[in-house]
Ligand binder design. Structure first.
Ligand code: SAH
Ligand code: DHB
Ligand code: MG
Length: 231
Protein backbone atom coordinates (compact mmCIF):
# COMPACT_ATOMS: atom_id res chain seq x y z
CA UNK A 1 0.00 0.00 0.00
CA UNK A 2 1.41 3.44 -0.91
CA UNK A 3 1.91 6.19 1.64
CA UNK A 4 -0.85 8.12 -0.10
CA UNK A 5 -3.28 5.28 0.55
CA UNK A 6 -2.20 4.92 4.17
CA UNK A 7 -2.62 8.65 4.84
CA UNK A 8 -6.07 8.54 3.25
CA UNK A 9 -7.11 5.61 5.38
CA UNK A 10 -5.90 7.01 8.66
CA UNK A 11 -7.57 10.43 8.42
CA UNK A 12 -10.30 11.27 10.92
CA UNK A 13 -12.07 13.12 8.10
CA UNK A 14 -12.41 9.91 6.15
CA UNK A 15 -13.61 7.94 9.19
CA UNK A 16 -16.26 10.63 9.78
CA UNK A 17 -17.36 10.53 6.14
CA UNK A 18 -17.71 6.74 6.18
CA UNK A 19 -19.57 6.72 9.51
CA UNK A 20 -21.90 9.42 8.13
CA UNK A 21 -22.48 7.32 5.01
CA UNK A 22 -23.27 4.17 7.00
CA UNK A 23 -25.58 6.10 9.36
CA UNK A 24 -27.39 7.80 6.47
CA UNK A 25 -27.92 4.59 4.54
CA UNK A 26 -28.55 2.08 7.34
CA UNK A 27 -30.06 4.19 10.14
CA UNK A 28 -31.53 7.33 8.57
CA UNK A 29 -33.66 9.99 10.24
CA UNK A 30 -34.49 9.01 13.81
CA UNK A 31 -36.40 11.72 15.70
CA UNK A 32 -36.06 10.18 19.19
CA UNK A 33 -32.30 9.72 18.91
CA UNK A 34 -31.83 13.15 17.35
CA UNK A 35 -33.87 14.72 20.17
CA UNK A 36 -31.81 12.83 22.75
CA UNK A 37 -28.55 14.10 21.25
CA UNK A 38 -29.91 17.67 21.05
CA UNK A 39 -31.05 17.59 24.69
CA UNK A 40 -27.67 16.22 25.82
CA UNK A 41 -25.89 19.01 23.87
CA UNK A 42 -28.25 21.61 25.31
CA UNK A 43 -27.45 20.42 28.84
CA UNK A 44 -23.71 20.58 28.12
CA UNK A 45 -23.06 16.84 28.44
CA UNK A 46 -19.75 15.63 26.95
CA UNK A 47 -19.80 14.18 23.42
CA UNK A 48 -18.88 10.64 24.42
CA UNK A 49 -22.02 8.63 23.62
CA UNK A 50 -21.58 5.68 21.26
CA UNK A 51 -21.73 6.52 17.56
CA UNK A 52 -25.02 5.73 15.74
CA UNK A 53 -23.60 2.64 14.03
CA UNK A 54 -22.25 1.33 17.36
CA UNK A 55 -25.61 2.07 19.01
CA UNK A 56 -27.28 0.01 16.33
CA UNK A 57 -24.76 -2.78 16.86
CA UNK A 58 -25.78 -2.88 20.54
CA UNK A 59 -29.42 -2.94 19.47
CA UNK A 60 -28.84 -5.82 17.06
CA UNK A 61 -26.86 -7.79 19.65
CA UNK A 62 -29.70 -7.32 22.16
CA UNK A 63 -32.23 -8.51 19.55
CA UNK A 64 -30.04 -11.49 18.67
CA UNK A 65 -29.87 -12.35 22.37
CA UNK A 66 -33.67 -12.17 22.58
CA UNK A 67 -32.88 -9.99 25.57
CA UNK A 68 -35.64 -9.39 28.11
CA UNK A 69 -33.38 -7.87 30.77
CA UNK A 70 -30.54 -5.48 29.98
CA UNK A 71 -28.12 -3.76 32.37
CA UNK A 72 -26.04 -0.71 31.44
CA UNK A 73 -23.21 0.78 33.50
CA UNK A 74 -22.76 4.47 32.54
CA UNK A 75 -25.88 6.20 31.19
CA UNK A 76 -24.77 9.72 30.18
CA UNK A 77 -27.82 11.20 28.35
CA UNK A 78 -29.38 7.82 27.57
CA UNK A 79 -28.30 7.55 23.93
CA UNK A 80 -27.02 3.95 24.09
CA UNK A 81 -29.83 3.14 26.55
CA UNK A 82 -32.40 4.10 23.90
CA UNK A 83 -30.77 1.81 21.33
CA UNK A 84 -30.67 -1.06 23.85
CA UNK A 85 -34.15 -0.56 25.33
CA UNK A 86 -35.68 -0.52 21.86
CA UNK A 87 -34.67 -4.15 21.46
CA UNK A 88 -36.78 -5.18 24.47
CA UNK A 89 -40.28 -6.64 24.40
CA UNK A 90 -43.03 -4.48 25.96
CA UNK A 91 -42.59 -6.26 29.31
CA UNK A 92 -38.78 -6.11 29.20
CA UNK A 93 -36.47 -4.19 31.53
CA UNK A 94 -33.41 -2.01 31.10
CA UNK A 95 -31.65 -0.76 34.21
CA UNK A 96 -28.96 1.85 33.59
CA UNK A 97 -26.57 3.11 36.28
CA UNK A 98 -25.31 6.70 36.49
CA UNK A 99 -23.40 8.64 39.13
CA UNK A 100 -24.11 12.18 37.86
CA UNK A 101 -27.58 13.55 38.75
CA UNK A 102 -27.56 15.93 35.78
CA UNK A 103 -26.78 13.10 33.35
CA UNK A 104 -29.44 10.91 34.97
CA UNK A 105 -32.04 13.69 34.64
CA UNK A 106 -31.30 14.25 30.95
CA UNK A 107 -31.40 10.49 30.34
CA UNK A 108 -34.77 10.03 32.08
CA UNK A 109 -36.31 12.76 29.91
CA UNK A 110 -34.76 11.32 26.75
CA UNK A 111 -35.98 7.79 27.52
CA UNK A 112 -39.47 9.11 28.30
CA UNK A 113 -39.55 11.11 25.06
CA UNK A 114 -38.46 8.02 23.14
CA UNK A 115 -41.48 6.12 24.53
CA UNK A 116 -39.26 3.91 26.71
CA UNK A 117 -40.22 5.28 30.13
CA UNK A 118 -41.98 2.04 31.06
CA UNK A 119 -39.12 -0.35 30.25
CA UNK A 120 -36.09 1.80 31.17
CA UNK A 121 -35.04 2.81 34.65
CA UNK A 122 -32.10 5.11 35.49
CA UNK A 123 -30.56 4.36 38.91
CA UNK A 124 -28.56 7.22 40.40
CA UNK A 125 -25.40 6.52 42.37
CA UNK A 126 -21.92 4.99 42.09
CA UNK A 127 -22.29 1.98 39.81
CA UNK A 128 -20.34 -0.31 42.18
CA UNK A 129 -22.95 0.35 44.90
CA UNK A 130 -25.89 -0.08 42.53
CA UNK A 131 -24.42 -3.36 41.24
CA UNK A 132 -23.90 -4.62 44.79
CA UNK A 133 -27.52 -3.69 45.60
CA UNK A 134 -28.81 -5.59 42.56
CA UNK A 135 -26.85 -8.64 43.70
CA UNK A 136 -28.10 -8.31 47.29
CA UNK A 137 -31.68 -8.06 45.96
CA UNK A 138 -31.19 -11.36 44.10
CA UNK A 139 -32.63 -9.96 40.87
CA UNK A 140 -33.18 -12.19 37.84
CA UNK A 141 -30.11 -12.50 35.61
CA UNK A 142 -29.54 -10.00 32.82
CA UNK A 143 -29.29 -11.25 29.23
CA UNK A 144 -26.93 -8.45 28.17
CA UNK A 145 -24.70 -6.03 30.11
CA UNK A 146 -23.08 -2.95 28.53
CA UNK A 147 -20.19 -1.55 30.59
CA UNK A 148 -19.36 2.06 29.62
CA UNK A 149 -18.54 4.15 32.73
CA UNK A 150 -15.26 5.03 34.49
CA UNK A 151 -12.61 2.82 32.88
CA UNK A 152 -10.41 2.20 35.96
CA UNK A 153 -13.36 0.32 37.48
CA UNK A 154 -13.82 -2.03 34.50
CA UNK A 155 -12.49 -5.10 36.39
CA UNK A 156 -14.91 -4.55 39.28
CA UNK A 157 -17.85 -3.90 36.93
CA UNK A 158 -17.04 -7.02 34.94
CA UNK A 159 -16.73 -9.20 38.05
CA UNK A 160 -20.07 -7.87 39.34
CA UNK A 161 -21.70 -8.26 35.92
CA UNK A 162 -20.67 -11.94 35.94
CA UNK A 163 -22.66 -12.43 39.14
CA UNK A 164 -25.70 -10.80 37.56
CA UNK A 165 -25.77 -12.88 34.35
CA UNK A 166 -26.45 -16.48 33.27
CA UNK A 167 -24.88 -18.92 30.81
CA UNK A 168 -25.55 -17.42 27.37
CA UNK A 169 -25.53 -13.79 28.52
CA UNK A 170 -23.38 -11.22 26.72
CA UNK A 171 -21.16 -8.67 28.44
CA UNK A 172 -19.90 -5.82 26.25
CA UNK A 173 -17.24 -3.35 27.41
CA UNK A 174 -16.70 -0.05 25.54
CA UNK A 175 -13.49 1.91 24.94
CA UNK A 176 -10.94 -0.83 25.56
CA UNK A 177 -8.21 0.35 23.15
CA UNK A 178 -7.15 3.53 24.98
CA UNK A 179 -5.52 5.00 21.88
CA UNK A 180 -3.41 1.86 21.58
CA UNK A 181 -2.01 2.12 25.11
CA UNK A 182 -3.85 -1.04 26.15
CA UNK A 183 -0.90 -2.94 24.65
CA UNK A 184 1.55 -1.13 26.97
CA UNK A 185 2.23 -3.20 30.11
CA UNK A 186 4.09 -0.25 31.70
CA UNK A 187 1.36 2.35 31.33
CA UNK A 188 0.63 4.39 34.46
CA UNK A 189 -2.77 5.51 33.11
CA UNK A 190 -5.46 4.16 35.45
CA UNK A 191 -7.86 3.59 32.54
CA UNK A 192 -5.22 1.53 30.74
CA UNK A 193 -4.40 -0.40 33.91
CA UNK A 194 -8.11 -1.06 34.51
CA UNK A 195 -8.61 -2.24 30.94
CA UNK A 196 -5.54 -4.54 31.08
CA UNK A 197 -6.78 -5.98 34.41
CA UNK A 198 -10.14 -6.55 32.73
CA UNK A 199 -8.41 -8.62 30.03
CA UNK A 200 -6.40 -10.56 32.66
CA UNK A 201 -9.60 -11.25 34.57
CA UNK A 202 -11.38 -12.50 31.46
CA UNK A 203 -8.38 -14.62 30.43
CA UNK A 204 -8.38 -16.34 33.83
CA UNK A 205 -12.14 -16.84 33.89
CA UNK A 206 -13.27 -20.23 32.55
CA UNK A 207 -16.92 -19.13 32.59
CA UNK A 208 -16.31 -16.57 29.83
CA UNK A 209 -15.31 -16.72 26.16
CA UNK A 210 -14.31 -13.29 24.83
CA UNK A 211 -12.76 -11.24 22.07
CA UNK A 212 -11.74 -7.60 21.73
CA UNK A 213 -12.00 -5.66 18.46
CA UNK A 214 -10.33 -2.39 17.40
CA UNK A 215 -12.51 0.13 15.58
CA UNK A 216 -12.16 3.45 13.75
CA UNK A 217 -14.95 5.92 13.09
CA UNK A 218 -16.54 9.18 14.20
CA UNK A 219 -15.16 8.55 17.70
CA UNK A 220 -11.61 8.06 16.42
CA UNK A 221 -9.54 4.96 17.12
CA UNK A 222 -11.31 2.82 19.72
CA UNK A 223 -12.61 -0.68 20.34
CA UNK A 224 -14.78 -2.95 22.43
CA UNK A 225 -14.74 -6.29 24.21
CA UNK A 226 -17.46 -8.88 23.65
CA UNK A 227 -17.70 -11.63 26.26
CA UNK A 228 -20.14 -14.54 26.34
CA UNK A 229 -20.90 -16.22 29.62
CA UNK A 230 -20.56 -19.97 29.06
CA UNK A 231 -22.75 -22.86 30.18
N1 SAH B 1 -23.29 4.73 27.57
C1 SAH B 1 -23.40 6.15 27.24
C2 SAH B 1 -22.12 6.90 27.49
C3 SAH B 1 -21.64 6.81 28.92
S1 SAH B 1 -20.35 7.98 29.23
C4 SAH B 1 -23.77 6.27 25.76
O1 SAH B 1 -23.06 5.66 24.93
O2 SAH B 1 -24.72 6.97 25.41
C5 SAH B 1 -19.87 7.45 30.84
C6 SAH B 1 -20.89 7.78 31.94
O3 SAH B 1 -20.49 7.07 33.11
C7 SAH B 1 -20.94 9.26 32.31
O4 SAH B 1 -22.26 9.74 32.28
C8 SAH B 1 -20.41 9.29 33.75
O5 SAH B 1 -21.02 10.27 34.58
C9 SAH B 1 -20.76 7.88 34.23
N2 SAH B 1 -19.94 7.44 35.36
C10 SAH B 1 -18.64 7.72 35.63
N3 SAH B 1 -18.25 7.14 36.77
C11 SAH B 1 -19.32 6.45 37.24
C12 SAH B 1 -19.55 5.66 38.40
N4 SAH B 1 -18.59 5.43 39.30
N5 SAH B 1 -20.78 5.12 38.56
C13 SAH B 1 -21.76 5.32 37.65
N6 SAH B 1 -21.60 6.07 36.55
C14 SAH B 1 -20.40 6.63 36.34
C1 DHB C 1 -14.98 8.66 27.30
C2 DHB C 1 -15.91 7.75 27.78
C3 DHB C 1 -16.60 6.94 26.92
O1 DHB C 1 -17.50 6.04 27.36
C4 DHB C 1 -16.38 7.03 25.55
O2 DHB C 1 -17.08 6.22 24.73
C5 DHB C 1 -15.47 7.93 25.07
C6 DHB C 1 -14.77 8.74 25.95
C7 DHB C 1 -14.25 9.54 28.23
O3 DHB C 1 -14.48 9.45 29.45
O4 DHB C 1 -13.47 10.35 27.76
MG1 MG D 1 -18.03 4.65 25.81
Amino acid sequence: MTTQHVEGLVSQQQWDAVDDYFAETLIGHDPALEAATAAADEAGLPHIAVAPNQGKLLHLLALTQGARRILEVGTLGGYSAIWLARALPADGTLITLEIDPKHAGVARQNLERAGLGKVAEVRLGPAADSLAALEADGVEPFDLVFIDADKPSNPEYFARALKLTRPGSLIIVDNVVRGGAVADPDSADLSVIGTRRLHDLIAAEPRVSATSVQTVGAKGYDGFTLARVQG
